[in-house]
Every structure is written in structure tokens, then in C-alpha cells.
Design a protein around this ligand. Structure first.
Ligand SMILES: [Mg+2]
Length: 223
């Protein structure tokens, strides 16, 4: 099986990830709740986040920074990404379940192509698929604890769970482009929203984060 075929299949159907997610949902549902939810990256004041003590930003790729499975930045986000890179010079990275994940990008060619396409970002090469895995590689890259890092992504089951269980401040964004997303992912997304709405009705709270109160003042268009 070629790497590109496995990558395409794995991005659409991830049984190990589903099992992991179900077990987390049963035991620790609060891990699914982001600290903040916004429309997209344009709602985040990056310079303000830097001022209140954050040291770096970790971005998901598909439907957070780019349209699904494309390498180019979603054009309306250009100004926001530039402000992000200016606020956190050398400390903005992509952590994706496609580019940079050794299972689907074994020679790092996708990661390199993304770095060449989007100026100012580094793509983290890693072994484990979100939400599994620790943040040791990320802490090594950034040189600070994850409590000083922001994780931004569009999926509860991957970006938010991974970020929360590893101590990041988690910011959920709305997906950029649903029409290009595979049917299976759209269904999983609906299931995620259903579960989270249940937990919200039960007034479940996100995990504690030492800078959450300061971070609330650094975003607009909360959803
Ligand atoms: Mg995504």
C-alpha cells in the first residue's frame, strides 16, 4: 500500500483514534471542552496572548489553517497568521495528523512542502496521531512547558482532547470549508457536536488552565 493511499484512508477512518476517543469520553468528558471557542484565527489577538504570558502557538492544519488536504493558506487568514508570526517569532508550528505525521509522511515531504508554501511556520515531525501521544516533542521544539502554549484547531476529538490532556490552552475554531471534507469526517463532526452539547447542558467545565482568565480577554467573536 502506498504512503499516499494509506494517508488518504487514515485521515478518513481512524479506528484506533475512535477507540481512544470513546474511552476518554466515558472517563474524562471534560477533556473534550475547549477553553475558548471562536469563529477562526482572525478572532484571536496574538499580540495580547503574548503579553499575558504565552510563548508559542501550535496550529492544526486541515480546516484550521488550510482547506482540507491542501497545502496553501486559506487566503482570508493571511493577515492573522502574519500577526501571529510577528507576536511569536520562530514559535509558531503546525501539528497535523497529515503533514509531519511519520505514518503518512515518512520522508517529511508533505511537511517540507507546507513549510515552503506558508511562510513563518515550522511543521512538527511526530509519531503519534492526535489525540494520542504526549507533548514531549512539542516541548522540545518550543523550549517551554505546554501550559505556555496555545493549541488551535477545529476538532473536539483530536485537537481539543490532545491539547487539554497535555496542558495547552485550547482554542476551538469553526471549520473553514465543510464542502471539501469527506462524508465520514462530516458525520463524526456532527457526533462530536452532539456529545459536546450534551455535556454543556450538564454544565461540565473545561480542565483548569492557569492563564484562561487572561486569555478570554485576548479573543473576540466567542461562539
Ligand atoms: Mg483540522
Amino acid at each position: 500500500m502506498t504512503a499516499s493511499f494509506r494517508r488518504a484512508l487514515g485521515q478518513r477512518f481512524n479506528p484506533a483514534g475512535i477507540l481512544f476517543t470513546v474511552s476518554v469520553a466515558l472517563r474524562q468528558p471534560h477533556l473534550f471542552l475547549p477553553h475558548l471557542s471562536v469563529r477562526d484565527m482572525r478572532s484571536i489577538d496574538w499580540a495580547a496572548l503574548r503579553q499575558v504570558g504565552f510563548r508559542g502557538v501550535v496550529l492544526d492544519k486541515d480546516n484550521t489553517l488550510t482547506a482540507p488536504y491542501l497545502r496553501s493558506l486559506w487566503p482570508p487568514l493571511a493577515d492573522s497568521l502574519r500577526e501571529c508570526v510577528q507576536a511569536f517569532p520562530g514559535q509558531v508550528a503546525v501539528f497535523s495528523n497529515s503533514a509531519g505525521l511519520r505514518e503518512y509522511d515518512p520522508d517529511g515531504s508533505e511537511a517540507r512542502a507546507l513549510e515552503e508554501s506558508i511562510e513563518g511556520i515550522h511543521v512538527i515531525r511526530h509519531e503519534a496521531k492526535k489525540p494520542a501521544g504526549s507533548a514531549e516533542e512539542i516541548e522540545r521544539v518550543f523550549g517551554c512547558p505546554t501550559s505556555q502554549l496555545v493549541m488551535v484547531g477545529d476538532r473536539y476529538f483530536t485537537d481539543v482532547v490532545y491539547g487539554n490532556k497535555n496542558g495547552f490552552l485550547t482554542i476551538l475554531t469553526e471549520p473553514l470549508c465543510l464542502s471539501k471534507e469527506p462524508f465520514v469526517v462530516q458525520q463524526v463532526r456532527k457526533f462530536e457536536s452532539f456529545l459536546v452539547s450534551l455535556w454543556n447542558r450538564k454544565r461540565l467545565k473545561p480542565v483548569e488552565h492557569p492563564l484562561r482568565c487572561e486569555a478570554v480577554k485576548c479573543v473576540k467573536d466567542l461562539v
